[in-house]
Design a protein around this ligand. Structure first.
Ligand code: FE2
Length: 78
């Protein structure tokens, strides 16, 4: 799609508590949702419908992860 693929995962900040770890997870899930949404739009614009659908499936997965993590944090402490 014109970019340079990376093989390196995004850094995860160290956490001193379980809750801080989950807050970092939530931020990462939200960022992944945002990034995949953008990639899906780019794929669609390039006429890559199959890729766009795959990326939209990934958006659904990451959104689900965000919702699960939000529920855990809302019910904290569990
Ligand atoms: Fe995820």
């Amino acid at each position: 799609m014109g970019g340079e693929p990376t093989t390196r995962a995004r850094e995860v900040p160290p956490a001193k508590t379980n809750r801080a770890m989950l807050e970092a997870v939530l931020a990462a899930e939200r960022q992944a949702t945002k990034d995949y949404t953008e990639r899906a739009k780019e794929a669609e614009a390039l006429g890559e419908k199959g890729l766009a659908v795959q990326l939209e499936d990934m958006v659904r997965d990451e959104s689900g992860h965000s919702e699960e993590t939000e529920r855990i944090l809302r019910d904290w402490p569990v």
